[in-house]
Design a protein around this ligand. Structure first.
Ligand code: BF8
Ligand code: SF4
Length: 644
């Protein structure tokens, strides 16, 4: 297949072509070898959870051996995907909580608590006494409470109280206020095992509760604690795409998810001794770049360049310019081992829970983090003289990263009156029609980056502010959409005016996949600020994930929906089509209960229309489309609303 059909990213196209010429395999080739993929799996109608199976629903067999019908099977599979996604985000969150606690206790000397303002705010929220206490002492209590949220025997998630009151009441009424993360994941697995929960609706209610334990629990805590530990992101410049690799420097790629590793590697790369060692082998410096969500974390906090997103991971190695790729957890393709064998690149696993057969393992422990990071860099330096032919695509784009909830608040309102007011006002007056979150991965079934970026362009053109996370952020970055200079040209007049006045691009990079919780917090703030209804479900806001690979994306989608939002997903990527009842519920019925719903659409232009129709419907219901007609704003109004 033509490289241009596999990716819209020019650098990726070059590398795909090069790998094909060299006879090297990547995910696209492996997908070809898998075709045609199993139609039962696509529809979610196969079950192999007990050994009377595997069973699959067909014209010949309307039920599994145990009698489970198609609704039960599809719903159970969906619940298990959600539970796996929740476990991934939340286990990441737990690791952060452990390191946070160790740092507070002085047991992780290389980590410091960087944002004590956020620490105090979090402490207050969690009921920790702050008066007359040192940040360390406060952090110990915060860390203990946070860690308990993953496995406490009683009670519900504390940060879920951030949701607007009516939202919390909806959850209570349905009995889905999330409890401890471990409990929700365990119960999900129990209920979906053979012979337990066999009412699809009941199964899907648990899917909502488990997902909420992620969005308003484990993942939210991950973001919060990471901000305290590594600093809350504020906008800063960076660069995105494979052109960030340097021909004359030692290139190190950090890949995966937990900033526990990448923060240390980034800091160690500035060590004078190591720079001198690099010079000794003829390198002009040490260049750290990221792929996938770890890259987002580094761009958000330090402006460290991003080499690419999920489907770039193998291509980056094929440049021949990567001395070492250090990976931790999630979205790390085992296929990397084969590509790395074709080059001098050293692939190293660092998380004890994420090892790859035949790959060197250097265990990253919080007590010795800096020592380990330096060891990794020394391995990379020692590998520099082994480089063969290097081919680095030129493409890279400027991007502004760092839009946390706090920084959006600050950018909009200014230091002295940090607030969402200007955003609410501009939504109410119609200059901004609404807000859309574009999240998710890249999938070889879809031309890489195509849907995320087309959708983003369509939405900003129509005055919808776009917030991005995960690999969608990197896709937008690669296409210049996170660069205010180029992206503002593409924005509609109202959005452009506001963005120019406030000094933000129309596409905001909000971080990694766990940072989708920043979007939830922002939605709560839009409600709290006033004028846009009482609950998240009333907001002119939607989420979209048209390129997804991961169970995490399903968990995110479900917690967005259970928070009251519309989520548009790639059609082939949501395996529920085998059950009419499950589909009906997730596309329609759930809206009556939770105010949000799923929709599927693979065409990004049509998806944009769907989102716009949703946004305008919400605006009509709020009555703000009418008020716009009544009130024409003059310059003084505009200044009052948008400037500063
Ligand atoms: O958590 S966007 S491919 S890297 S799953 Fe993975 Fe998807 Fe990328 Fe990050 Ni999120
Ligand atoms: Fe088949 Fe039922 Fe066992 Fe699933 S649980 S494999 S449907 S017998």
């Amino acid at each position: 297949m033509e490289p241009s059909k596999r990716s819209v990213d020019k650098a990726a196209q070059e590398m795909i072509g090069r790998m094909a010429r060299l006879g090297q395999q990547n995910a696209w080739d492996r997908l070809d070898a898998q075709l045609p993929q199993c139609g039962f799996g696509k529809q979610g109608i196969c079950c192999r959870i007990c050994s009377m199976g595997p069973c699959r629903i067909s014209k010949k067999a309307a039920a599994g051996v145990c009698g489970a019908d198609v609704d039960t099977i599809v719903a159970r599979n969906f619940l298990r995907m959600v539970a796996a996604g929740v476990s991934a985000h939340s286990d990441h969150g737990r690791t952060v909580a452990e390191v946070f606690l160790a740092a507070a206790r002085g047991h992780a000397p290389d980590y410091r608590l960087k944002d004590t303002t956020k620490l105090l705010k979090l402490a207050k929220e969690l009921g920790v006494e702050t008066a007359g206490r040192s940040p360390q002492d406060i952090a110990v209590d915060v860390g203990m409470i946070a860690l308990a949220e993953f496995g406490k025997p009683e009670g519900t998630q504390l940060v879920a109280r951030r949701a607007p009151k009516p939202r919390q009441e909806i959850w209570q009424k349905l009995g889905i206020t999330p409890r401890a993360v471990d409990r929700e994941v365990t119960e999900s697995l129990h209920r979906s095992t053979m012979g337990v929960d066999q009412d699809f609706h009941n199964v899907l209610l648990q899917a909502s509760r488990a997902a909420l334990a992620d969005g308003w629990g484990g993942a939210m805590l991950a973001t919060e604690l990471q901000d305290v530990l590594f600093g809350t992101p504020y906008p800063g410049r960076g660069e995105v795409n494979m052109g960030v690799l340097k021909a004359d420097e030692v290139n190190i790629i950090v890949h995966g998810h937990e900033p526990i590793l990448s923060e240390m590697v980034a800091a160690a790369a500035q060590d004078k001794e190591l720079l001198a060692e690099a010079a000794k082998v003829g390198a002009k410096g040490i260049n750290v770049a990221g792929t996938c969500c770890t890259a987002n974390e580094l761009l958000m906090r330090h402006g460290i360049p991003i080499a690419g997103n999920f489907l770039n991971q193998e291509l980056v190695i094929a440049t021949g310019a990567v001395e070492l790729m250090a990976v931790d957890v999630q979205c790390v393709m085992q296929g990397l081992t084969q590509v790395a064998k074709c080059y001098h690149t050293k692939l190293v696993t660092t998380a004890d829970k994420g090892r790859i057969a035949g790959v060197e393992h250097v265990s990253m422990e919080e007590k010795t983090a800096m020592k380990t990071a330096k060891e990794l860099i020394r391995m990379a330096i020692a590998n520099y003289p082994n480089r063969g032919e290097v081919f680095i695509p030129k493409d890279k784009e400027k991007a502004v990263g760092g839009f946390s909830f706090e920084s959006i608040n600050y950018m909009l309102g200014g230091r002295f009156r940090a607030s969402f007011r200007p955003l609410n006002d501009n939504i109410i007056n119609g200059r901004i029609r609404g807000v859309a979150g574009i999240v998710g991965c890249t999938n070889p079934k879809v031309p890489q980056d195509f849907t995320h970026t087309t959708l983003a362009r369509e939405l900003i053109k129509r005055d919808v502010l776009v917030l991005t996370t995960g690999c969608a952020t990197i896709a937008c970055g690669k296409q210049g959409l996170a660069n205010p200079r180029t992206a503002l040209e593409l924005a509609g007049p109202g959005l452009r005016e506001v963005c120019e006045a406030v000094g933000i691009p129309p596409v905001l990079t909000c971080g990694s996949c766990v940072d989708n919780t920043r979007l939830l917090v922002s939605c709560s703030e839009l409600v709290r600020e006033g004028g846009l209804g009482e609950d998240i479900s009333q907001l002119p806001v939607a989420g979209a994930c048209l390129e997804s690979i991961s169970e995490k994306a399903i968990a995110i989608g479900q917690y967005f929906v259970a928070s009251g939002l519309l989520v548009v997903f790639g059609e082939e990527l949501l395996p529920i089509s085998g059950s009419v009842n499950v589909s009906e519920y997730l596309f329609k019925g759930i809206e009556k209960e939770l105010g949000g719903r799923w929709a599927v659409e693979s065409d990004p232009v049509k998806a944009a229309e769907m989102i716009l129709a949703h946004i305008e419907g919400k605006r009509d219901a709020l009555g703000i489309n009418k008020s716009k007609e009544r009130k024409l704003y003059d310059m003084a109004d505009r200044r009052a609303l948008a400037v500063e």
